[in-house]
Every structure is written in structure tokens, then in C-alpha cells.
Write a protein that binds this ligand. Structure first.
Ligand code: NAD
Length: 395
């Protein structure tokens, strides 16, 4: 029986795993944690909307077959000649590999950014943002130092804007708890490009900007972050900003391992795949999610989104199943069905488009919640959906 190893339990890896289970394949899944987390909702955890447990799911609750093995470990390297994966605590051999270990932050070589900024990278780092802000606000009570109430968010893409939406709901509550005048809080989002949220239509960007500025956020557009020092952000053509909380949401790139191993990569370090999602350099390796450089029908690279990653996972499972059973001709080209983009702006409002139709306000927020429910359903059926949507049901 062919030995299948899946690297990474993110959206692509988990979807590949659940579909392989359904197709009757056995495999080993390697993941850094025992749980899968809902990366697209981690800004909620950073803003303290709900307990962090609501954003993670134990992998053993999702993979129910005895033939599905979970190894909790980190990938160090891959030897394509010997077909082995070296982990921090061991080694695995494979006949076929699914590589889906996701992204790392893109720092663009900006000095000090990696050292002196926080970011939403995983569950722990999302939690850290919330704790850090709480500590700084408590410290302000002793020091009365205005820098402790200043927060800089670098980047106004989807991550930055969704995080701002959460913060502008969380901070007034925190101020109330700590008896701090909210008007003293200074939240600045600094974006190098001439507009926020390039993923949505211009009128919706205006809606998002108004929603956030009405709640007190400052959007500083067309200003580039050049350097970060401890508690200080150096800007191009504007005065430095001193702040005790600096959060970087300026973009992502694939894990550098792919480039180190000599795969054909794009400028974001993603490895080029065939229409069947196999590496162009090695047909035994399927690549999914934010690690895959895959063009759409117009030849434009697909964005590194959860929507694309989950669909890739499904296609990988089906193609792998065909390949291991000697039916290579049954493999199907990956044809993503893109349903739109939705950005939350706090608990009850959002902006975006659904199949090309612009949506805003509560409709967008509900649509975003619906995408979560759909994903949970695909991943773990009724039981998992009921368990993880308790909050919605209670509402
Ligand atoms: P992004 O690349 O989409 O946005 C980063 C922003 O940071 C850009 O607007 C960029 O101009 C800005 N920036 C970069 N360097 C800068 C500098 N030096 N100074 C100031 N600004 C700077 O990154 P993201 O928001 O992390 O998103 C990553 C991917 O994940 C995207 O493909 C996105 O579509 C996806 N995503 C989707 C959702 C959703 O669907 N709701 C949510 C989050 C992320």
C-alpha cells in the first residue's frame, strides 16, 4: 500500500486528510500542534471576542479512522531522492507527499520589524496581542504614559482591517473595565498603498474606512513603514510614531523551506504546481494552500486564501487517490470556484462581495459566519458544526 504523508494541518492539509479518509486511504498527518485552528478568525481571538478554544479543533476529533495517524512534530527538511521527511524528533518515509505547511510573515527586509512587532501568526500569537494590549493599558494607569495607549497596525489588507474592526470594539470595553478615558486611546493603521482593502470594490473600501474611523481608528494611507525600533515606528515622509503596541499585518509568504529545497518558486516563495496540484519539480509531491503557486484561467496567480486552500485540499485528495491506484488519467485539473471575499469589521458588520454582489453591514457579517459554518460542516459534519457554533446558536 502506498505510504502517504501530509505535512501541515491547516486548511489545505486538513481538507486533503478528511477527503482521503472518505476515499478509504490511510496516511500520516504531521502537524506542529495537536489541533487545527481557524486562521481566518484569529483576529477575533486577538480582539478577545471569544475564548481561544473556539478557534481550534483537536485533530483527533476530526480524523476518526484508525488508519489515519497524527504525528505532532515540526518539519525540518525533505529528501526527495530518498523520499524521507526529517522532523525535529524523527524521520518518516513516503511514497507520496502532500506539502501544506502554510505561510510565514513577509517582512520585506524592513529592519526591526521581525524583532519588535507582534503579528497574528497562530493561536498563541493572537492571544499574545490581546494580553499585551491589556498589560500596556494597565501599565498606563501607573505611568500615565500616552505611548501605552497607542497601537500601530502596519498594513490595511484584510488581516489589518479585520483586526482593527475587533480592536475598535474591544478597546472601549477594556477602557471601561480599567476606568481609562477612551478618547485618550490612539489606534493608527499605516498603509503604504493609496487605499485600504484592495480586495474589495472602492465604494466598500469607503464603507469600511468610515465604519472604522467613526469608532475612533486613524487610517494613515500612502505612508510606508521603513524601520521599527523598540516601541517606535519610522515612516517615510512623516514623523516617527512612538507606541507600546506595534502589530504587523503587512503580508505573507510561503515557508522558506520550498526555496531552500530548490523548488521552482514565485516571488512569495510559493512552489509552482501543475494543474493537478503536483509540484512541477516532483510528481510525487502535491502542494496545497499558501505553499502553492497556482495560476487561474487568465494566468494570474491565485491569492493565498483559506477558500482556495480548502478547495485545493479536496482536489489533492481525489487526484492522489487516482494516482496511487494507477488511474493517473482520472486526475482532474484544479478549477477553483471563487465565491467572493468577506471582511468583518467587528462582531456585527462587514463588507465584501458574494459571487460578485457587493454586501455590507450585517449581511456581510452573517455571510462570513455562514462561511465558517460551511467549512466546519465540510470538515467534521454535524457534530463539529454544532460544537463550534454554540455562540451563534445561543444568540
Ligand atoms: P496583504 O498582502 O493582503 O495586505 C498587506 C498590506 O500591507 C498591503 O495593503 C500592503 O500595501 C501593506 N504594506 C506592506 N508593506 C508595507 C509597509 N512597509 N508600510 C505600510 N504598509 C505596508 O496581507 P494580509 O492582509 O495579511 O492577507 C494575506 C492573504 O490572506 C491575502 O491573500 C488575503 O486575501 C488573505 N486573507 C483573507 C481574509 C479574508 O478572506 N477575510 C482575511 C485575512 C487574510
Amino acid at each position: 500500500m502506498a505510504k502517504i504523508v501530509i505535512l501541515g494541518g491547516g486548511y489545505a492539509g486538513m481538507m486533503a486528510a478528511t477527503h482521503l479518509e472518505q476515499l478509504g486511504e490511510s496516511f500520516t498527518l504531521v502537524n506542529a500542534h495537536e489541533y487545527h485552528y481557524l486562521t481566518t478568525l484569529l483576529h477575533e481571538a486577538a480582539g478577545g471576542r471569544s475564548d481561544v478554544h473556539n478557534y481550534c479543533i483537536p485533530i483527533r476529533d476530526i480524523l476518526t479512522k484508525r488508519t489515519s495517524e497524527l504525528v505532532v512534530d515540526k518539519v525540518k527538511t525533505i529528501n526527495r531522492e530518498n523520499r524521507t521527511v526529517t522532523l525535529e524528533n524523527g524521520e518518516l518515509s513516503y511514497d507520496y507527499l502532500v506539502y501544506a505547511i502554510g505561510w510565514v510573515p513577509e517582512f520585506f527586509g524592513i529592519p526591526g520589524l521581525a524583532e519588535y512587532s507582534l503579528g497574528i501568526r497562530d493561536l498563541e500569537s493572537a492571544k499574545e496581542i490581546r494580553q499585551h494590549i491589556e498589560e500596556r493599558f494597565k501599565k498606563y494607569k501607573e505611568t500615565q504614559d500616552s505611548r501605552d495607549l497607542r497601537i500601530v497596525v502596519g498594513g490595511a489588507g484584510l488581516t489589518g482591517i479585520e483586526l482593527l474592526g475587533e480592536l475598535m470594539e474591544f478597546l472601549p470595553q477594556l477602557c471601561q473595565q480599567l476606568d481609562i478615558d477612551f478618547s485618550l486611546v490612539d489606534v493608527q493603521c499605516i498603509e503604504a498603498m493609496p487605499s485600504i482593502l484592495p480586495q474589495v470594490a472602492p465604494p466598500l473600501r469607503d464603507v469600511a474606512a468610515k465604519t472604522l474611523t467613526d469608532k475612533g481608528a486613524k487610517l494613515r494611507i500612502g505612508i510606508k513603514i521603513l524601520k521599527v525600533e523598540p516601541n517606535k515606528v519610522i515612516l517615510e515622509g512623516a514623523d516617527p510614531v512612538e507606541a507600546s503596541t506595534i502589530i504587523w499585518t503587512g503580508g505573507v509568504r510561503a515557508n522558506p523551506l520550498l526555496q531552500e529545497l530548490g523548488f521552482t518558486c514565485d516571488r512569495r516563495g510559493r512552489a509552482k504546481v501543475t494543474p493537478y496540484l503536483q509540484s512541477v519539480d516532483d510528481e510525487r509531491i502535491f502542494i496545497g494552500g499558501d505553499s502553492a503557486w497556482c495560476d487561474d484561467e487568465q494566468g494570474r496567480p491565485l491569492p493565498p486564501t483559506a477558500q482556495v486552500a480548502t478547495q485545493m485540499g479536496t482536489t489533492i485528495a481525489k487526484n492522489l487517490h487516482a494516482l496511487v491506484h494507477g488511474h493517473k488519467e482520472e486526475m482532474k485539473s484544479f478549477r477553483p470556484s471563487l465565491k467572493g471575499t468577506l471582511a468583518s469589521l467587528g462582531r456585527e458588520v462587514g463588507v465584501g462581495d458574494m459571487g460578485g454582489i457587493p454586501v455590507r453591514g450585517m449581511v456581510a457579517s452573517l455571510a462570513k459566519e455562514a462561511t465558517k459554518v460551511k467549512y466546519l460542516w465540510e470538515l467534521g459534519g454535524m457534530r463539529l458544526t454544532a460544537e463550534k457554533t454554540q455562540q451563534v446558536v445561543q444568540l
